[in-house]
Every structure is written in structure tokens, then in C-alpha cells.
Write a protein that binds this ligand. Structure first.
Ligand code: GLY
Length: 382
């Protein structure tokens, strides 16, 4: 469904030092030049986003008299390698980029992380503007300044906090996303809703944020999600405190991704991680209404339809949890919920509580529903 009339972009600021603007709406890409500081611009785009929106971005910059160096990176997690990062730095150096030039990242979360770390490292830091083109990147990677590449030893092990100068979320770019990828991105939006905005959580579970949503709905809900993340980042830019709440659902989610051999997509894994958190929370905390929380996440899972989690026992899964880089001092910590809007970081959760929550999670009726729904597809692929 598309909106008949024009939709006004939403605008807000991420109040770090220096603060930066975020624009959300159809067509905001046309304002790229005015929000990109410096002289020359390295436009780093992944293959998909570059092919679809690279010309438009480059033209917007060139029309402003900016010289543009277009750099293409592969789509997918494999691009987040030191070698790709070093090659991009070399390209900037050979083109004579200076400290007052800039990088524009055009693509999904991988491109934001990679191009952000290029900008963070080149000449000890040059300006970067993020133009995310997926729901996941709009909800997460583009705001907050976490940049990184992977090592063979683990994901995101090398990087820097490097805040962008501006973020442009052009919701038209979401029209070309595969529906399943779109829905996986909405899990991070739901997470923001659960942390701080009940109407946003309800929008996701009710299907109001979906591939057929009109431009006004996409703009409204992605801006609402961005505002939650912006407020958290403004309060704790370097994750010394409350920013850790953004990891809700991620401790188990990362373990499920790893245990599945990275076949389970990030959004799917976090959706399961949120359901697990809804079972672990009442075992550790005084929770307002555990069944209501579980029911809300169950609705998320029915809406997003994640692939089933790997069929692992707790003992099989626990080693993957132990490898999460957010483990400190050998004691796992979990972001749990007392109620919607009341997250808390819990250290040293007893393993018998973790194990019992896993058993309850596996027994949730939505597990069997998702497994049954996936069977015909699995047979068809065989
Ligand atoms: N992805 C969580 C954060 O930006 O802190």
C-alpha cells in the first residue's frame, strides 16, 4: 500500500558531542549533500544498494559540486573483514583523501559497520554519513557509532566508537527488500518498543510495520524506533551503562546464530532471544506479568515467522553462550525485563535458572507452530 500524498520527513537529533541529525522519510536521500561535511566524498556502497541507489546518491553529491569516489563492497557479512577494510583505506589514500573529506555508507548493517570503521581509522578519523537501506540497519547499525570488522576468532572484535555526522533513512529503499529480510529487521524495532515505547512494540506485532505498509507508516515507526535508540545512545554513548539494555535478546540470539553455523539470521535469532528473556526474567526477577510478556513476544514470533532455533539441549548451547564477547569475569550477564519499559542488566544468573528457562522456552507452543510451518519448505528444498 502506498501513500497518495507527500509524506513529510521526520527529524530528530542524537544528542552526543557533537550532536547529529537523523532524517527519516521517502526521498530524504536527495538531501545527502547538505548533510555531508567536507569536500570530497568516498561513497562506499554494497553491491545491492550501490546498484539501486548509488547513482542517485552520487548525483545528489555531484550536483552540489562534490567530487565523488565510488567504492563497491560485497554484500553480506563476509565483507566485514580486515582485508576489505584495508583495501578501502588504501583506495582513499591513493585518491589523496584528506582529513576534511568524508565517507558516505550506503547499504545494510555490514556496510555501516565497515565504512564507519574506515572513516574512524583513516587519518585518525574523518566524517561519515550513514544511509542505511535495510530495516535492520535503520533500527540498529546506523545510529550510535558502533563500527567494526570481524576476525576469524569472532564477530566485531576490532572496531571503534565513531559517531556519524548525519543519518538519512530513505524509506523508499525498503521497497526492494525481500519480505522475509524486512520482517527480520522489525525484531530490533520491536526490541526498542519493548524497552521504551509500547505503541511501537504493538505496531510490530500487529503487522503495521510490514513490507506493504505505506510511506507514512514506515516513516512513523522507523522514526519512533530511531528515537528510542538515539535517547539510549545519548545517555551512554560508549556503553558504560544503560546502552547495554540494547542487547536485550542478543546474548541467547548470538549463541543461537553460532550454534546454527550462522544459518539462523540475526533478526530470527534475536526474536528467539527475546522469547527466552521472557522466560528467564521471572526466574531471576520480580516480574509484573510474566505470561503477558511471553504472550507479547509470542505474537512477535507469529508475525515475523523466524526460522526455528537449532534443536539443542542446554548443555549443547551453553558453550556458545560462554563465547559471547559480552561475558565478563566468566559470569554470564543477561538483559532481562521486569515489565515493558523496565529493562535491567543482571550479572551472575544461576545456571539452574538459565536451564529451566530453556526447558520452558522449548515447551512454548510457538516452537511447534514454527517447526511445523517450516516443514513443507524443508521437504521442498530436499
Ligand atoms: N547494537 C547495539 C548498540 O548499538 O549498542
Amino acid at each position: 500500500m502506498r501513500q497518495a500524498g507527500p509524506v513529510a520527513p521526520e527529524r530528530f537529533e542524537v544528542a552526543v558531542t557533537p550532536p547529529y541529525p537523523v532524517r527519516v522519510g521517502p526521498g530524504v536521500l536527495s538531501g545527502l549533500a547538505s548533510l555531508t561535511p567536507g569536500g570530497r566524498v568516498a561513497l562506499i556502497a554494497d553491491e545491492n544498494a550501490g546498484a539501486r541507489y548509488g547513482d542517485e546518491a552520487a548525483d545528489a553529491l555531484a550536483a552540489d559540486g562534490r567530487q565523488v569516489l565510488r567504492l563497491r563492497v560485497p554484500s553480506g557479512e563476509d565483507a566485514k573483514r580486515i582485508e576489505v577494510w584495508a583495501e578501502l583505506l588504501g583506495r582513499l589514500a591513493r585518491a589523496g583523501f584528506a582529513r576534511d573529506d568524508a565517507v558516505v555508507a550506503l547499504g545494510g548493517g555490514v556496510t555501516c559497520d565497515l565504512a564507519g570503521y574506515v572513516a574512524a581509522a583513516y587519518m585518525r578519523g574523518i566524517a561519515v554519513v550513514h544511509v542505511p537501506t535495510t530495516v535492520l540497519a535503520m533500527a540498529d547499525a546506523a545510529i550510535g557509532g558502533k563500527t567494526a570488522v570481524n576476525l576469524p576468532e569472532g564477530k566485531n572484535l576490532v572496531g571503534a566508537f565513531w559517531q556519524p555526522r548525519a543519518v538519512l533513512m530513505d524509506v523508499r529503499t525498503l521497497r526492494s527488500l525481500p519480505p522475509r529480510v524486512f520482517m527480520q529487521g522489525t525484531v530490533e524495532v520491536f526490541k526498542h518498543g519493548l524497552l521504551a515505547d509500547p505503541a511501537l512494540a504493538e505496531a510490530v506485532v500487529s503487522g503495521a510495520l510490514a513490507p506493504d505498509a505505506d510511506d507514512a507508516a514506515l516513516t512513523r515507526w522507523l522514526a519512533a524506533s530511531g528515537r528510542v535508540k538515539a535517547a539510549v545512545v545519548a545517555g551512554d554513548a560508549r556503553e558504560d551503562g544503560a546502552r547495554a539494555h540494547l542487547n536485550l535478546g542478543h546474548t541467547l540470539g548470538h549463541a543461537l546464530e553460532a550454534a546454527s553455523g550462522h544459518r539462523l539470521a540475526h533478526g530470527d535469532a534475536v526474536a528467539w532471544g527475546l522469547l527466552y528473556a521472557a522466560y528467564l526474567s521471572p526466574r531471576v526477577l520480580d516480574v509484573d506479568d510474566a505470561e503477558e510478556a511471553q504472550a507479547l513476544v509470542r505474537r512477535l514470533i507469529r508475525t515475523v515467522a523466524p526460522a526455528p532455533p537449532p534443536a539443542a539441549s542446554w548443555d549443547e548451547l551453553a558453550p556458545f553462550l560462554g563465547r559471547d564477547k559480552k561475558t565478563r569475569g566468566g559470569r554470564r550477564h543477561w538483559v532481562l525485563m521486569r515489565a515493558p519499559g523496565r529493562p535491567t542488566l543482571q550479572h551472575g544468573v544461576p545456571e539452574d535458572a538459565e536451564r529451566a528457562a530453556w526447558e520452558a522456552f522449548l515447551a512454548d507452543p510457538v516452537q511447534a507452530e514454527r517447526a511445523a510451518a517450516e516443514l513443507p519448505a524443508a521437504k521442498g528444498e530436499a
